[in-house]
Design a binder for this molecule. Structure first.
Ligand SMILES: [Zn+2]
Length: 251
């Protein structure tokens, strides 16, 4: 019953208020990963982006002017990873908070000695489990100049990873996927890259991916959509697993 209602509501949204053609064209031009798609996939992405804007609340803060094209661009980036998965994969959270630039998280944490710390690292993006996605708008725009980077896709990959609990680089896999193969491929690549890093070699991925298995999954997901040829060349097994997970073939 719920699904019927939801599908009906989804159809109604798209038919009554689709993203306007001119806005969509302009956003597409600024979204590398979406530009790579064929016409029918771009049309599907437009539907998803429309629904994304309907269901999620984009909340600019600190006086950031977030115009219509900006909102559509953000939605287009956000929906690239779920093009073949569906918007249900983003269930369980509601807000995208957008800062003008890099931000310092306000949360506090208690250390082992019982001292309360304010967050002190400067971030370009953050995803809270069952909570908001937080983005720096400057970083969303700057990513266009950095091949392989996309902070929106990065945070959305964390959200997919969190669909089965804490982000750990192990999102819920599809029925025909093999959990053992996923583990072997990702931990094998991780071990090899760590070794290369220790030896001072130049890494084929953003070294930030080696901070944790969760970051690894998000960083290779960015690269899968933004610089697929390089990922396939250097980490073909990881690339294959991401093809199976995202059900997309960017090359
Ligand atoms: Zn991350």
């Amino acid at each position: 019953m719920f699904d019927i209602f939801r599908n009906w509501r989804a159809r109604r949204t798209v038919t009554r208020r689709p993203i306007a053609e001119a806005l969509w064209r302009e956003a597409l031009q600024r979204c590398t990963a979406a530009r790579r798609l064929g016409a029918s996939d771009q049309a599907a992405l437009r539907v998803l982006a429309t629904l994304f804007l309907e269901r999620k609340s984009l909340e600019p803060v600190e006086g950031l002017p977030l115009g219509d094209v900006d909102r559509v661009l953000l939605a287009a980036h956000a929906c690239v990873p779920i093009l073949r998965l569906g918007l249900d994969w983003y269930d369980g959270w509601h807000s995208v908070i957008v800062y003008p630039g890099a931000f310092i998280p306000r949360r506090e944490h208690m250390d082992d000695a019982g001292v309360l710390h304010q967050g002190d690292s400067v971030l370009s993006g953050e995803a809270w489990e069952r909570g908001p996605v937080i983005l720096s708008w400057t970083d969303v725009l700057e990513d266009r100049k950095a091949p392989g980077h996309n902070v929106v896709i990065h945070e959305m990959a964390h959200k997919l990873d969190m669909q089965n609990g804490e982000a750990n680089g192990f999102p819920p896999l599809h029925r025909r996927m093999d959990r053992r193969v996923w583990s072997q491929v990702f931990s094998g690549a991780w071990d090899r890259l760590r070794k290369e890093q220790r030896e001072g070699a130049e890494l084929p991925i953003d070294p930030y991916g080696l901070e944790s298995p969760a970051e690894f999954f998000s960083v290779v997901s960015e690269q899968f959509f933004e610089a697929p040829a390089s990922l396939r060349e250097h980490l073909p097994d990881v690339y294959r697993q991401l093809e199976l997970f995202y059900r997309q073939h960017p090359l």
